[in-house]
Design a protein around this ligand. Structure first.
Ligand code: ADP
Length: 406
């Protein structure tokens, strides 16, 4: 047998948004995070850099960052600064992994970036108009400032590309799929993958035998039906709007709502804003926010509207868990993750109490005590329910490490 010792050691992970650039540096020898932070308000005259070395103090500085390239330079300076930088020289960074929202149909796996890959990311601009352009800007900034260091693109849609046609096709004329790529893609793929791989180890099962339902519940939420370690179906669609009720997104509505409102004078842009930014818990919870903490507080204070919103939120999740249970035939368990899934025992209870018919029973004490840690929260005689904290950045670092070590 041949052993290959990878020379790759430190991997920088970048998540580049329209006016922000988040970063984390990992030492892949032991997967330790060395530092993290972000640059906020890129392009404005009050841009700011946050830098936190692991075990050290969080620092915040005003910086000049009119472009992502300038922002990235500040990040590199912070990481290598002589006082509390975590590396001496940039040459210690062996690869950069980038979160890219939409890979369209071109990418089922993370890839090393080259000109063709950048073109393919550009071709997906209309599928991910808010994220793909700044994701590409982030890649180009790294290419410019760290010449010769490989960049790897890790797509939020990638893990879902194993869905069969029966899951991903919409029942609309097929030429729209062929011409524009209109189909279900699914998002949060990096998180669902991390949760699935971790579940295989806590369930002590080979990935290829693992059937679970992964629930990533955050500001944006999605479920995935995992069959033999691979995605069989997921709740988000062409865009992250489909599926569950989210912080400010409606999730599923009758598409006829759009043409009904169009006939009342709403433009495409107004409908987009209505369903993506002004709906969900924000619209129905009566708290003025789409935040689960506010919703729970209002429910506990006896607010009836908040209770309706919580019931709607749980109902939709239970609806999909039931559907995925039926599609998978047999499951090893259910996993909660994301800001809500990891922290809100109240939301988990609201969901699991509705799942008694599937043999699910919480261990109430364990559920109440679990906030952000890896824990089994179901009773001994229940179908297993786990909380698995997600770690999308580590997953991107792992994928990057794997691709550049090949
Ligand atoms: P994003 O999708 O933006 O990454 P997160 O995964 O951080 O979002 O999740 C944010 C959601 O998690 C918010 O609705 C927030 O209220 C909820 N959340 C975070 N901490 C708690 C908590 N301790 N209790 C209840 N909800 C929480």
């Amino acid at each position: 047998m041949e052993f290959y010792m990878s020379a790759v050691d430190k991997v920088l992970v970048i998540n580049s948004g329209s006016s922000s650039l988040k970063y984390m540096l990992f030492n892949m020898k032991d997967e330790a995070m060395l530092c993290k932070g972000l640059v906020e308000r890129i392009g404005a005259d009050n841009a700011n850099l946050v830098y936190q070395p692991t075990g050290g103090e969080k620092q915040s500085f005003a910086v000049n960052a009119l472009t992502h390239g300038e922002a990235f330079e500040h990040v590199l300076k912070a990481i290598t600064n002589t006082k509390d930088g975590v590396i001496k020289d940039l040459s210690e960074i062996d690869a950069v992994g980038h979160r890219v929202l939409h890979g369209g149909m071109a990418f089922t796996e993370p890839v090393k970036v080259n000109e063709d890959v950048k073109d393919a990311i550009r071709k997906c601009f209309d599928l991910g108009p808010l994220h793909n352009p700044p994701n590409l800007t982030g890649i180009e900034a790294c290419e410019e400032k760290m010449k010769g260091v490989p960049n790897v693109a890790v797509f939020d849609t990638g893990f879902h590309m194993t869905m069969p046609e029966e899951s991903y096709l919409y029942a609309i004329p097929l030429d729209l799929y062929e011409k524009y790529g209109i189909r279900k893609y699914g998002f949060h793929g990096t998180s669902h993958k991390y949760i699935t791989e971790t579940a295989a180890s806590v369930f002590n099962k080979p990935l290829s035998d693992l059937n679970i339902i992964t629930c990533h519940l955050g500001n944006g939420s999605s479920l995935a039906a995992i069959k033999g370690g691979k995605v069989f179906d997921t709740t988000m669609g062409l865009t992250p709007l489909q599926g569950l009720i989210m912080g400010t997104r409606s999730g599923d509505v009758d598409p006829a709502v759009c043409f009904f409102l169009a006939k009342k004078g709403y433009s495409a842009e107004e409908l987009d804003t209505l369903l993506n930014k002004k709906s969900g818990l924000l619209a129905v919870g009566g708290t003025g926010t789409g935040d689960m903490r506010d919703l729970c507080e209002a429910v506990n204070a006896g607010n009836k509207q908040a209770k309706i919103a919580m019931d709607m939120f749980s109902h939709r999740i239970v609806f999909y868990i039931g559907a995925y249970y039926a599609l998978l035939g047999k499951i090893d368990g259910i996993v909660f993750s994301g800001g809500i899934g990891e922290n809100s025992d109240q939301a988990r209870k609201a969901i699991c109490d509705r799942l008694a018919g599937l043999g699910i029973k919480l261990d109430e004490a364990k559920n109440s005590a679990t906030h952000g840690s890896l824990e089994k929260i179901s009773a001994d005689d229940s179908l297993p329910v786990w909380v698995i904290p997600t770690n999308e950045e580590l997953m991107i670092a792992r994928e990057t490490y794997r691709i550049v070590s090949e």
